[in-house]
Design a protein around this ligand. Structure first.
Ligand code: ATP
Ligand code: MG
Length: 474
């Protein structure tokens, strides 16, 4: 018996099910994860009968359980026990029609229910019935697949993926999360059914994609998405990064594999999903900006700006959030070449201040992205680039300590400008404010109230404005 299954809650469920005269089982991901020694808090209980009734009865008998949440549409009920989340579901039988991933559902047997599950490793079952409590039922040789580390469908792969195309994303996601391989027959079936992913809601697809993004080595999942052709339907911009052009025997690197390596590199350093998205999209505009200049080679002029402009469309299409996270990704894509420009020895303080100002609190993430962007195979070069970036970090630190630009707020506010010259909000206020900001970033004046105030007066005189209220000492 697996120690995790000796938990009081499983004995309780077992006793109550016996009183109700229904059979029940632990099934799916929880069993798989016990066998893989991956801690998991989501438990699925399969009941041959009403899951909702059993859940209610268990809740009543256990004393310390909270309310049962019933999802009548799905015929399921959920309750919490300590940190565990337990879902009760009646065994069912499903039949699919070609234009939908929502099956017609009817009550079924244990076997019917296991037959509708996607992968052998997800159809593992542990009995909670008195006569064989704790016994593992493995009708599809899931344990052997766990050992072999393969993702294999329970039934015919072609029908499995055609019925519910989300399973194609799930196959790749599990392979990525568990570091498994997908069996050949499955890969062929996914390739064949790839276009059917279009009948799955964007949210579900993106959800799986994000899970792939969050694995320690996302290139594995993206490799599968590419091999099966699914990627084209999920994120076509990414497939356009593939390939190498050669002119006058000059070649550029394959930007698809470069991007995946940057994504892997960043994943070794941070769990921030949006930083990973920035890595995935940092070169997204290279194909549309690519030019060959004879004598000079391949250029991707402005790809960082064009790329930043592409981000909102991609996020909208994928139903990713359009607020702060998206702006963060855009910012990093737009700025990803800037730190490289600061490598030069004779770089001015004002260039450093400008980057600090534009990156703001995301400067450290931007530096991480730039370091992850180094994918040369030449070790000496990599070492040189990393040393260069250490230098840039040093410059950033020095200037930040001196000028505190990172969370820059103009030392003279719009209010002060308006009061001094007795103005309503107008064009002049904006001009003066901007002039002060520029002067500070350029280093013409220090980042202080006094110098900014004097500078404001000078600018205002140029604009023909007169001081009405002196605010010099406020
Ligand atoms: P995780 O919770 O880590 O995503 P899981 O295997 O528990 O993994 P869930 O989505 O929670 O995945 O689903 C629970 C179980 O329900 C799965 O183990 C599988 O048996 C079954 N299942 C879920 N989605 C599908 C599907 N689209 N097709 C067939 N079976 C599915
Ligand atoms: Mg689960």
């Amino acid at each position: 018996m697996y120690p995790a299954l000796d938990h009081r809650i499983f004995h309780l469920i077992s006793e109550i099910a016996a009183e109700h005269n229904v059979r029940c089982y632990v099934v799916g991901g929880y069993v798989r994860d016990i066998l893989l020694d991956r801690p998991s808090k989501d438990i699925d209980i399969l009941v041959v009968g009403s899951g909702i009734e059993l859940a209610r009865s268990v809740a009543k008998h256990s004393g310390k359980m909270g309310r049962v949440t019933v999802f009548r549409n799905f015929g399921t009920a959920m309750l919490r026990y300590d940190e565990l989340e337990i879902e009760f579901v009646g065994a069912r039988k499903e039949s699919y029609s070609p234009d939908s991933r929502k099956p017609v559902v009817e009550n079924g047997t244990l076997q019917d229910d296991l037959n509708r599950r996607d992968f052998t490793i997800n159809a593992l079952t542990v009995s909670l019935n008195r006569e064989n409590f704790g016994e593992l039922l493995d009708p599809f040789k899931g344990v052997s697949d766990l050992r072999k580390k393969v993702i294999r469908t329970v039934l015919d792969p072609d029908a499995t993926y055609a019925d519910d195309p989300l399973r194609m994303m799930r196959a790749i996601r599990f392979a990525a999360q568990l570091d498994f391989t997908i069996e050949m027959k499955s890969l062929r079936a996914i390739t064949k059914n790839r276009q059917r992913i279009d009948i799955v809601s964007k949210e579900r697809v993106t959800d799986e994609l994000n899970k792939i993004m969050l694995t320690p080595k996302p290139s594995k999942g993206f490799g599968y998405l590419d091999r099966t052709g699914l990627l084209f339907f999920v994120l076509p911009e990414l497939t356009r990064l593939k390939g190498v052009d050669i002119k006058d025997s000059v070649r550029h690197k394959d930007n698809f594999w470069h991007t995946l390596q940057v994504l892997d590199n960043i994943s070794g350093k941070s769990d921030n999903i949006w930083l990973r998205w920035a890595a995935l999209l940092h070169d997204i505009a290279k194909p549309v900006t690519k030019k060959y200049l004879p004598g000079h080679g391949w250029t991707f002029h402005s790809h960082e700006y064009v790329g930043a402009k592409m981000v909102p469309d991609i996020f909208r299409r994928m139903h990713l959030p359009l607020g702060k996270s998206m702006r963060y990704v855009q910012k990093l894509v737009k700025l990803h070449l800037r730190p490289i420009a600061l490598v030069e020895e004779e770089v001015t303080d004002s260039a450093v201040r400008r980057l600090l100002f534009e990156a703001g609190e995301d400067i450290d993430d931007l530096m991480m992205l730039c370091e992850a962007d180094i994918t040369s195979k030449n070790d000496a070069k990599v070492r040189q680039y990393l040393a260069n970036f250490r230098n840039v970090r040093k410059k950033l630190k020095e200037i930040e300590e001196k000028d505190a630009i990172r969370n820059f707020q103009p030392p003279v506010s719009g209010d002060v400008i308006m009061q001094t010259f007795n103005l309503r909000p107008c064009r002049e206020v904006g001009i003066i404010k901007n002039a002060i900001k520029e002067a500070i970033l350029e280093g013409t004046i220090a980042n202080s109230y006094k110098e900014a105030y004097d500078y404001m007066i000078k600018k205002a005189v140029e604009l023909g404005l007169n001081v009405v209220n002196d605010k010099r000492f406020s």
